[in-house]
Design a protein around this ligand. Sequence first.
Ligand SMILES: [Zn+2]
Length: 84
Amino acid sequence: MLLHLHFTADSNPTLSAIPPAPMKKPTIRVTKWLVDIPVEAVCSACPGIVFRAQPSGHRPNRDEYQKSIQAQFDEHCKKAHSQE
Ligand SMILES: [Zn+2]
């Protein structure tokens, strides 16, 4: 009985020596497309966060929509994922 307990205690440092899983790097996941234009995206690490393209022009512009979503994602990363 005592021998068994001693063995169990000795095995603990080995278990705690395993490093924690590395943080998953958040990425943009586009959830809505207007043909080939991303209009809505989410953060892969935060399921509740949604980014919507906010165009300044009248016509959907792929570059503009992409930049809009990217900018919102960058801003979100600064607030929510600033560990790096
Ligand atoms: Zn996030």
